[in-house]
Design a protein around this ligand. Structure first.
Ligand code: BDR
Ligand code: CA
Length: 320
């Protein structure tokens, strides 16, 4: 069976991505690596442990990764208006008993090494889905570029090629949080698919979805309904045209598992590193001539097929 690593900056749509992945029978989640982003990395890790506990999966390893971007400290993105102060909409989950980085955990505190070890072990059977800044992936490339290039594929949520950004007019949040890491990853030659705002703004969860989760009568259904309700509130205030909350991170997992959900366009991609466009992902077709690797960029999505699958898998994941 295909293996999966999720690399999460555990906010609300990251939590939905995790639930979706756990309810996907065609893949085995072998670990979660954490990165700063929506929240500091320690909070991201805590949220991963507690959401796994909520979903009855205390067995999944959680490994702490980067707490800052490659180039210095940078501004920590506090997306409190979108994800709440604790990253999960202010919802207080029962704490998992285990702690990250426990002494008997061989990969404690070293997300990049965990990813490389999995790449060496599983090779072409391993999918990696980063849904936060690409810092852990850039670090993994530093450790072993050959292993990272040999894995099945990395499908990341981030970027915007044909649409405006969401944190600046040009930049999407995950890329803006560590543009240097994104630039390295995009130029690496790893097999990459970008699931950016071009497609993630076309798929939304609605209040009808969360009513359905509440009606399941489970703790997980109630907690996810509360989390996602606050996420929808934030989207209705800032981006009402989306018609609910954008399902950025779940879509990246879905496309990783089933690439047929998206139509992609292959191009070398560059990242602007300076000036007001810092963090912009931009096609660089002339770079083909100098041998630059291409990235598959999702430009269209079968929204109906994705949403049907999202609803079915979320209901399954939240039923236990
Ligand atoms: C991305 O930024 C984060 O806030 C979300 O979790 C998602 O990964 C969307 O731009
Ligand atoms: Ca995210």
């Amino acid at each position: 069976m295909r293996k999966l690593i999720l690399d999460l900056d555990m906010g609300i749509d990251d939590a939905m991505a995790l639930c979706f992945a756990l309810a996907s029978p065609e893949v085995e989640l072998v670990g979660i690596t954490c990165v700063f982003g929506n929240v500091p990395v320690g909070v991201s890790a805590r949220n991963c442990l507690d959401v796994l506990h909520l979903l009855g999966r205390d067995d999944i390893p959680v490994i702490v990764g980067a707490d800052r971007p490659l180039a210095g400290m940078g501004p920590h993105r506090a997306f409190q208006a979108v994800h709440g102060a604790n990253g999960i909409g202010g919802v207080e989950l029962e704490r998992a008993r285990r702690e990250v980085g426990r002494p008997d955990d061989p990969a404690r505190g070293d997300a990049a090494r965990f990813i490389v070890q999995a790449a060496l072990r599983y090779g072409g059977d391993l999918l990696v889905v980063p849904t936060g800044p690409l810092t852990n992936i850039a670090r993994a490339l530093e450790l072993d570029a050959r292993a990272m290039t040999a894995l099945r594929g990395t499908t990341f949520m981030g970027g915007a090629l044909t649409v405006p950004g969401n944190v600046t007019p040009a930049a999407e949040a995950n890329i803006a949080a560590d543009p240097e890491a994104a630039a390295r990853v995009l130029a690496s030659g790893m097999p990459l698919t970008m699931v950016g705002l071009d497609v993630t703004h076309r798929v939304a969860a609605t209040r009808g979805d969360i009513a359905g989760w509440r009606a399941l009568g489970t703790d997980a259904g109630a907690a996810f309904a509360q989390m996602v309700e606050s996420y929808i509130d934030a989207y209705e205030a800032a981006d009402p045209w989306i018609g609910g909350c954008a399902l950025h991170d779940p879509l990246a997992v879905a496309v990783a598992l089933d690439p047929a959900l998206a139509v992609t366009y292959e191009t070398p991609l560059a990242v602007d590193l300076t000036g007001p466009l810092r963090g912009r992902t931009i096609g660089d077709e002339p770079a083909w001539a100098s041998g630059a690797p291409g990235v598959e960029v999702a430009l269209d999505v079968d929204a109906t097929a994705f949403l049907d699958r999202f609803r079915e898998r979320m209901a399954r994941g939240l039923s236990a």
